[in-house]
Design a protein around this ligand. Structure first.
Ligand code: GLU
Length: 493
């Protein structure tokens, strides 16, 4: 197929949901793989649901995630701008276009004016519900002639325009994930296409825009599958070729329920704030609903583009496993350089310990060692200050299992040697820290477990933790002496 063109068409109703990001990502991957174009269109025909700032937020979330596009709506210098030859790309700016096509459908007999009041429609729905029927418009206004309808409209009577489906006609289309789908028009409602406020409904606007914007593949969430026959019918009514459809399985949590706020983060903003790296989130998200044909789990964007295909997208809901995401995130954190990690974790350290910029300027070497020490076991950027607690916060030696280790007969000698060696230094450099335990071993003859375990417990209160030389350096001379003395006091030696 020539001219591969895909689009992501969110409604600006709030933050970008993680499921929306995955839809955008798959569009991006496929467009890039095929050398096509990817477009961002804003679907704001339901003005009652419009949220201020939502367009900017959607765009900044896509940008953060590295999901780039070629045409459509962008933000530049804080302003919303549009780029491309198929604009406007914001639906509320296209009302005249929709009106023209709605009129065309009316003239061709594929749509009709409907003057039914809200009361009548509510009663109808109630009656149908009581009878156990699926609520559906009964077609009353199909009988109003076009001439009369136009007169009534010209007289100011309120109306909507509805799609006029032929009875008992099978509508078929092919979905690249779901296969062939056929639905009979008897099971479809006479969908409203133009609302009384002059705005089109989503169904009308999406068909007109996808056609006029030359969209070749419509890739969207499976919640739109039931609407697709209506769209396919409209393509037929206009005499246009329908795009290829791809409906993606819903992103579910482990209980196979839709991902909701109650179960933790759901918006891209939330994940960002919780300290996930964009490359980790996007990498993991690609695997929710798509599987590569190898066991590979870590993918760069370029590798995803190379490997992506719709025939490996599953029909059933993709499970969003937060533990797996953390595993992927830790991987990308370990891959970062220490200086990158200092920058990335800075806001969290500032927040947690109240550090100012000065602290970061004067402690750069120390922070590098800190990052090297904690990054091996850092699930999120946000967890960094907690992981670094041993270096900042004093601890109380508890009389637990670890304390028993300190009762070893070699411990008083060990503590004394540690203290005098550290006290003899001007300042404990990283080099000093790396050589310290060897020196103590030589001096005291204490080695192995008898040397390292009590040292670690005495200075951190814990028998496990990061590389001991790093810990010694990070704590520094004064803290170490203070902790060793506190330990001696507690032991009464
Ligand atoms: N505006 C719809 C949404 O917010 C997009 C549906 C589509 O892609 O056709 O999900």
């Amino acid at each position: 197929m020539e001219n591969i063109r895909l689009r992501f068409a969110p409604s600006p109703t709030g933050f970008l949901h993680i499921g929306g990001l995955r839809t955008a990502l798959y569009n991006h991957l496929f467009a890039k793989k095929m050398g096509g174009k990817f477009i961002l269109r804003i679907e704001d025909t339901d003005q009652t649901r419009f949220v201020d700032g939502a367009i900017e937020n959607l765009i900044s979330s896509l940008e953060w995630a590295g999901v780039t596009y070629d045409e459509g709506v962008f933000v530049e210098d804080g302003k919303i701008v549009e780029k491309g030859d198929y604009g406007p790309y914001i639906q509320s700016k296209r009302l005249d276009i929709y009106r023209k096509y709605v009129d065309e459908l009316v003239e061709k007999g594929h749509a009709y004016y409907c003057f039914c009041s809200k009361d009548r429609l509510d009663n109808l729905r109630e009656e149908q519900k009581i009878k156990g029927l699926v609520p559906k418009y009964d077609g009353l206004c199909r009988g109003v002639s076009l001439e009369e309808a136009k007169k009534r409209a010209a007289n100011g009577e309120e109306y909507v325009i509805r799609m006029k489906l032929p009875p008992n006609k099978d509508i078929s289309f092919k979905d690249l994930v779901r296969g062939n789908i056929t639905i009979n028009t008897d099971d479809i409602d006479d969908q409203v296409l133009l609302k009384s406020d002059g705005f089109p409904t989503y169904h009308m606007a999406v068909v007109v825009d996808d056609h006029l914007m030359g969209i070749s593949h419509v890739v969207r969430g499976e919640e739109w599958l039931p609407s697709t026959p209506k769209h396919v019918y409209l393509y037929e009514a206009f005499g246009w070729e329908a795009p290829i459809y791809v409906h993606l399985p819903t992103v579910l949590n482990k209980d196979r329920k839709k991902l909701s706020k109650r179960h933790g983060d759901v918006s891209v903003e939330d994940f960002k704030a919780s300290g996930y790296l964009p490359e980790a989130l996007v990498n993991y998200l690609a695997l929710v609903g798509w599987s590569p044909d190898s066991n590979q789990e870590i993918f760069s964007m370029d590798e995803m583009i190379e490997n992506f295909s719709f025939d490996r997208v599953s029909k059933t809901g993709g499970i969003f496993d937060r533990d797996k995401l953390i595993w992927v995130n830790s991987h990308y954190i370990r891959e970062k350089s220490n200086s990158e990690l200092i920058e990335l974790t800075k806001p969290y350290f500032k927040d947690y310990y109240g550090f100012d910029d000065k602290f970061f300027e004067t402690h750069s070497k120390w922070l590098e060692v800190l990052m090297a020490t904690i990054k091996e076991d850092m699930p999120t950027l946000k967890s960094a200050p907690e992981k670094a607690k041993f270096a900042f916060e004093d601890y109380e030696l508890e009389t637990d299992e670890d304390f028993e280790v300190l009762k070893g007969e070699q411990v008083p000698t060990l503590l004394k040697a540690l203290k005098s060696n550290i006290a003899a230094l001007d300042k404990l450099t990283f080099e000093d820290a790396k050589g310290l335990m060897k020196k103590i071993q030589k001096e005291t003859g204490i080695k192995g477990k008898n040397l390292f375990m009590p040292t670690r417990i005495a200075i951190t209160g814990n028998s496990h933790g990061p590389e001991l030389a790093n810990v010694l350096y990070l704590l520094g001379k004064d803290k170490l002496i203070k902790r060793i003395e506190a330990c001696e006091e507690k032991l009464g030696v």
